[in-house]
Design a protein around this ligand. Structure first.
Ligand SMILES: Cc1cc2nc3c(=O)[nH]c(=O)nc-3n(C[C@H](O)[C@H](O)[C@H](O)COP(=O)(O)OP(=O)(O)OC[C@H]3O[C@@H](n4cnc5c(N)ncnc54)[C@H](O)[C@@H]3O)c2cc1C
Length: 423
């Protein structure tokens, strides 16, 4: 029975944008005969983070110089533009403003500007006063701003689906509705296909090598191959408000962000034009009691208890308790959120704002309560360890979509250097 299992050279688990991008590049970069399978538990790709985000193509203003995020974000952004051009996927280089609305923010704005210069953000510049800001965005108020003209918007779900189509066209295989629950590597080194992957419904396949890109479940999936549960994924929901096209059209055409609060790990609620002409306001950041919980009514006892039991979560909650309550209040009372946003765009019409949707961020958290900032790709064993054939994407938060093509290249290089040997 075991010998009849389908066999692949590389199995990629997780049909989000990173899994789909890597599957597509694997078919392009590896020898043509390489059998690659992409496995996804849902009946479609891009169903979770990759299809529920702000839709921004970031340029890398914020990231620590030399971090993986700083290296891969801009590279990924320009590769995304080239890919979208080649596939005729629409995107808009509508630019981005990071706006200071009071004097106390000017020091942080200057630091952020220096950081974007260090990261080589193209044509980034400081707008010194309200008049200069309003030349870019007439309805925006502020005393100074950073302007990044190349920041763009795109529908990342469309991009994800296109990666999958390109992968299939090149002869890749896709298995939907395959929820991986077992990942076992045979100890016999003579086995050509030593890894068995088993689904919840009882299907099994064999593979020589495995890459997992499981977003909100990346810690649990990594554990299947014997890796540590640490860092643990903490699900952080980001909810959006929206404005319909008819109102959005005359109001704004640029992404507008606040100056980030250094005490808080996210960028702050922002204005993002959408490809369909509407405008989204968000996302906020509230803990989700379900890893795939897109509303307050989605509750998972397992996810909640597991999180509460994790020492890192307790430390994190005590550190951010005031900010967390603040976000929660704005989440429940959207008028409060709108009043904050009106400091940037006073003409934002409160009566037209409605609740749109939400996404859940897969954010890695260490046992001592630190949110892991950079991307993390890890085998769970030393990469030189004999027999190491599995790589896990353990932390790929924003700008993961922007960086996806660069991440894909990085992962394939890393696997080739460490263990992937297909010749
Ligand atoms: C609210 C929000 C706003 C964001 N805004 C931006 C933005 O504007 N720009 C940007 O660049 N990035 C943004 N991001 C980040 C970006 O969306 C993510 O970095 C990116 O989508 C991560 O892709 P992924 O493939 O790792 O994860 P996912 O898209 O979550 O995909 C993981 C996949 O793995 C599957 N899976 C999980 N477990 C299993 C299993 N056991 N078996 C089989 N399949 C499994 C899941 O079903 C899922 O399809 C945002 C994220 C959020 C949540």
């Amino acid at each position: 029975m075991r010998n009849n299992l389908k066999q692949f050279d590389l199995a990629i688990v997780g049909g989000g944008i990173i899994g789909c991008a890597t599957a597509m590049l694997a078919k392009r970069m590896l020898p043509a005969s390489t059998r690659v399978v992409l496995i996804e538990k849902e009946n479609t790709v891009g169903f979770h983070q990759s299809g529920r985000n702000s839709g921004v193509v970031h340029m890398g203003l914020y990231y620590k110089p030399n971090s993986l995020k700083a290296r891969l974000c801009q590279e990924g952004a320009f590769e995304t533009f080239a890919y979208c051009d080649s596939q005729k996927i629409p995107y808009k280089k509508c630019g981005k403003l990071v706006v200071a609305i009071n004097q106390s923010e000017l020091g942080r704005l200057e630091n952020l500007f220096q950081n974007s210069i260090n990261n080589g953000v193209p044509d980034v510049r400081i707008l010194e006063n309200k008049q200069e800001i309003q030349r870019v965005e007439p309805n925006c108020e502020g005393i100074s701003a950073i302007y990044s003209p190349y920041t763009a918007i795109v529908d990342w779900k469309v991009v994800t689906e296109s990666f999958r189509q390109s992968f299939l066209k090149m002869g890749g295989e896709m298995m939907l509705n395959f929820e991986l629950i077992e990942l076992r590597q045979s100890p016999q080194s003579s086995q050509i296909f030593p890894i068995v992957l088993k689904s919840k419904k009882g299907q099994s396949i064999r593979s020589r090598y495995v890459l997992t890109c499981c977003g909100l479940f990346s810690d649990r999936v990594a554990k299947l191959s014997g890796s540590s549960l640490e860092p643990k994924i903490v699900p952080i929901r980001g909810e959006y408000l929206g404005l319909p096209q008819r109102v959005a059209r005359g109001l704004l055409s640029t992404n507008i962000y606040p100056v980030p609060d250094p005490k808080f790990p996210f960028l702050g609620v922002h204005f993002t034009p959408r490809m369909d002409g509407s405008l989204w306001l968000g996302p906020n950041a509230v803990f989700a009691s379900h890893r795939e919980g897109y509303s307050y009514f989605d509750i998972s006892l397992r996810d909640t208890l597991e999180l509460i039991a994790y020492p890192g979560f307790r430390k994190l909650s005590s550190r951010y308790i005031m900010k967390g309550l603040d976000e929660l209040t704005s989440s429940v009372f959207s008028r409060r959120q709108i009043r904050i946003l009106q400091k940037y765009v006073p003409k934002l019409p409160a009566s037209e704002v409605y609740r749109v949707s939400a996404g859940v961020r897969a954010q890695a958290l260490t046992i001592d309560g630190k949110l892991v900032d950079d991307f993390v790709f890890d085998s769970g064993v030393s990469s030189e360890a004999e027999g190491c054939r599995i790589l896990h994407v353990r932390n790929a938060p924003s700008p993961g979509a922007t960086s996806s093509l660069a991440i894909a290249k990085y992962l394939l290089d890393k696997m080739q250097k460490s263990f992937l040997n297909l010749t």
